[in-house]
Design a protein around this ligand. Sequence first.
Ligand code: ADP
Length: 310
Amino acid sequence: MILTITMNPSVDVAYPLERLVLDKVNRVPNARKTAGGKGLNVTRVLAEVGDQVLASGCLGGRLGDYIEDNLPENVESAFFRIAGETRNCVAILHDDGQQTEILEAGPTLSEQEAQDFLRHFEQLLDKTAVVVLSGSLPAGLPTDYYVRLVNLAQQAGRPVVLDCSGASLEAVLRSEHKPTVIKPNNDELSDLLGFEVTKDIDQLKTVLQDDLFAGIEWIVVSLGAGGAFAKHGDKFYRVTIPKIDVVNPVGSGDSTVAGIASAIFHQESDQDLLKKANVLGMLNAQEEMTGHVNMANYDKLYQQLKVEEV
Ligand code: ADP
């Protein structure tokens, strides 16, 4: 079973509008609502791939109920209930491709809730083979909260795929408790290192040998339409992908994370891990819905990827 953790989920609301008119009433005939948050995207994609998933994290209030009620049927759920209300995140899709987002901060966890979730997480590890930690931390949790989760997973001998950014990622990288895999994109790498990281192979090779990443078994840098670059131990790989028609690339990184977790769960080879991760990212980019892949197109795309050791 793969355990996914979403600490700050949301009900994502999409408002498609031909034109957004400020300071006036805008009526939306076809609003869409989905269980959101990076970890829930990973969860949905893993379920579509056919892997057994246990989804956890923190949920509160009516929106928390909505998320739990709308998980895919083949997903087991073990969310931790908090007193605060799960948030809404609103994306207004308007005026020929513009996307204006309104993101609520979400609930603030109490110190007691933060402690209790650690115990909850520890218990879930018993029936888990791989752990995925995704997304931002809610208010009330210390920046190093993921360090604690990584530590508990490590003590239980479970590999961890971590996909977060900013201060919470830096806290993990600077700690002694290393996740098995991280999946930064270019921008996240640049933020972390304080200079611009491009898609240049030589630069990426140098960057991934920085002390900051010492002790992390796998680093998969996703490069959008440019595929990916990865380091596994002392091996480096470049993944070249074909050009595809993109509908909505939001959630492609989460789909890539799902592919990585699935491949680790099934103990697949380096080549297969990188292919699975990229194919799922691409399949997500071909769909309108975030965190959704059409597995009917999987094999065809899989044949078209190239993974080379560089
Ligand atoms: P993130 O969402 O974390 O920024 P990326 O945009 O790098 O992640 O997407 C993850 C993966 O999804 C890429 O490595 C690639 O395989 C696929 N992908 C994303 N965007 C595109 C695109 N425009 N064309 C083709 N593949 C894409």
